[in-house]
Design a protein around this ligand. Structure first.
Ligand SMILES: [Ca+2]
Ligand SMILES: [Ca+2]
Ligand SMILES: [Ca+2]
Length: 235
């Protein structure tokens, strides 16, 4: 009985310590889409004028002046090839969610496929059409945050969460419809916090994303967060 009590106390203590530690170590990763490790055409880096040249509405200024898209006109279909890929060094085992800052003009420019290995298999959803990886994006001609979800076969929309181990991971946003615009990403393990701490990358974040690094600690909303921009080159 004594032993059981000791185990129980230990478990509760560890849970408390772990809980406190987690609260102090929220991870936030902010990335510029245009600084992806790999961009495969027809996905390209663009500026607002490019959207207007394609016949649509030029969006307001994106973070860092640039975004990525597979060029296309409003209304028209298109898409299905190309991607942007990020090699992200995850600082601790945990469950993560992603919000993307996007413009989606209309029903023909408002979706992507998303896989994040190793939580997701190494699968090309452009080939398999697996709707577990299909993301339907909220429409809007100005930059807005949209959480990455799964738009399933039964038409259900489920917010996605990825259980990831510490270490190297591969996040790929695959073109599904052309003219879908992606400016930046906000990734966090503070999923319940939603967009409370969301922000676009600043100069330090971009430097981390380009050069890699050990992240930096920032004080946000009274708690310490780790901003992690450690990304690696594919080659
Ligand atoms: Ca669509
Ligand atoms: Ca389109
Ligand atoms: Ca950007």
């Amino acid at each position: 009985m004594k032993y059981i009590c000791l185990v129980a106390v230990l478990t509760i203590s560890l849970t408390l310590i772990y809980g406190v530690a987690m609260a102090a170590n929220d991870v936030e990763i902010v990335l510029e889409a245009e600084l992806a490790n790999e961009i495969k055409g027809p996905m390209v880096i663009a500026v607002p004028g490019d959207a207007k040249d394609a016949g649509g509405i030029a969006p307001d200024e994106p973070s860092n002046g640039k975004y990525v898209w597979a060029p296309g006109a409003p209304i028209a279909g298109g898409g299905g090839s190309g991607f942007v890929r990020f090699i992200i060094d995850i600082p601790e085992d945990d469950t993560y969610a992603i919000w993307a800052r996007v413009v989606a003009w209309d029903g023909n420019s408002d979706s992507c496929w998303v896989t994040w290995e190793p939580a997701d298999p190494k699968e090309d959803p452009q080939q398999t059409g697996n709707n577990d990886f299909r993301w339907s994006i909220g429409n809007g001609a100005v930059w807005h945050w949209d959480r990455i979800e799964a738009w399933l076969d039964n038409d259900a929309h489920i917010d996605r969460e990825w259980e990831l181990p510490k270490g190297e991971t591969i996040l790929t946003l695959w073109t599904r419809e052309d003219a879908t615009m992606i400016d930046s990403l906000y990734i966090t393990n503070d999923i319940a916090g939603g967009l409370a701490n969301a922000r676009v990358p600043d100069d330090d974040d971009r430097k981390l994303q380009i050069q890699g690094g050990v992240g930096r600690a920032v004080e946000a909303a009274g708690k310490l967060s780790i901003t992690w921009g450690s990304v690696k080159s594919l080659y």
